[in-house]
Design a binder for this molecule. Structure first.
Ligand code: TXA
Ligand code: MG
Length: 325
């Protein structure tokens, strides 16, 4: 017996995407951060299918994507003042806000938590799509659970193409790292749970000093923020690249650097994320570089710590998780 796997169709047909989603099917959608695996967030069968396709544990809640504050208001009990300020300044954009959910949102979407993660993405195609829909889109990153997130339609096709009917192709993601996740603690103070595309410095300019509660353990109360995540299948080591190259000189090495190149390494096994030392450019190229390295004939990926400012913080967070076993 042989089985024929049918691959997803690529395209920019938002009407087709809207039709499929309305019928409870899943569609991959572009956002400025990473591609999402989208389904109707109010339809439990569609949500179950997302968990299944991603092989994602059900304790890891999904983000609901939408396109207007009016719609958000029909999903949450209220929007606290600080959250409103953030929404005003940063939506649409790479920021996800945790808000108290209304009862009609499925518990499956939020893994039983009283809060729902809401995001208004900036990508034009997806905004137009959301405008056509009368339901929010649940969309985790469109990769198998634990692997590197996709930043092109081809990345989605490579891993999930045989499991979904359609990939809305919006080109390469302009930010390249998942959204920053912010919520509010018992004293209504802002807390960042995941570093991401919206820089901490920008957020603090709007709501003042924020707490970071970035979890690097397998704490189920912080679902999805698992210690090992965003990981290619090859081992990654982070450190001073010239020293690492000496230390591992007997191995077949791949190097992902911020801006330097190294004479000891064949050029085809080196990926420079930003020759002009631009952290935003480096972020944009990071996940693609991890995927490319994963396919090369090497046994170890070496990389370095990035400057811990701006989106460099999120880059370091992702690399740390990718390197942890
Ligand atoms: O940029 C992004 O955020 C992308 C694009 C597609 O929008 N989406 C994304 O989704 O990264 P996902 O599922 O890969 O990551 C969502 C994270 C998970 O770590 C989950 O645990 C957390 O959001 N999350 C969702 N709802 C939550 C909640 N109510 N409380 C705490 N964390 C929550
Ligand atoms: Mg993810």
């Amino acid at each position: 017996m042989w089985s024929i796997s049918v691959m997803a169709v690529f395209g920019t047909d938002i009407e087709r995407a809207a039709q499929l989603l309305s019928e409870g099917e899943l569609v991959a959608i572009p956002t400025e951060t990473v591609y999402g695996l989208a389904g109707n967030a109010l339809n439990e069968d569609a949500i179950l299918e997302i968990f299944k396709v991603k092989k994602r544990p059900k304790f890891d809640p999904l983000i609901a994507h939408t396109d207007s504050l009016d719609k958000v208001k029909s999903y949450v009990t209220h929007i606290p003042e600080q959250a409103m300020k953030l929404a005003d300044v940063f939506w649409p954009g790479p920021l996800t806000i945790l808000l108290e959910k209304q009862k009609h949102l499925p518990d499956l979407l939020t893994s039983g938590l009283p809060t729902v993660a809401i995001r208004m993405p900036h990508h034009r195609l997806t905004q137009e799509l959301l405008k056509m829909l009368d339901f929010p889109l649940a969309a985790p990153s469109a990769n198998p659970f634990g692997y590197v997130s996709p930043t092109t339609a081809q990345h989605v096709q490579d891993q999930l193409g045989d499991k979904i009917p359609y990939i809305l192709d919006g080109g390469p993601c302009s930010i390249g790292i998942e959204s920053t996740i912010i919520g509010f603690n018992e004293e209504s103070k802002p807390v960042i749970y995941r570093l991401g595309g919206k820089k901490v410095e920008d957020i603090e300019r709007v709501v003042g000093k924020v707490k970071l509660k970035i979890i690097h353990s397998s704490d189920p109360m912080a679902p999805g923020m698992l210690k090992t995540h965003y990981a290619p299948s090859k081992r990654i080591v982070i450190g001073k690249l010239d020293m690492l190259i000496k230390r591992f000189q007997n191995r077949k090495l791949g190097v992902i650097s911020f801006h330097d190149t190294f004479d000891e390494i064949p050029p085809e096994n080196q990926l420079v994320l930003s020759p002009s030392k631009d952290l935003d450019e480096a972020a944009r190229h990071l996940f693609g570089a991890l995927r490319t390295m994963d396919q090369k004939n090497i046994d170890l990926i070496l990389t370095e710590r990035f400057p811990d400012q701006g989106i460099g913080q999120a880059i370091n967070d992702r690399l740390k998780r990718a390197a942890s076993r």
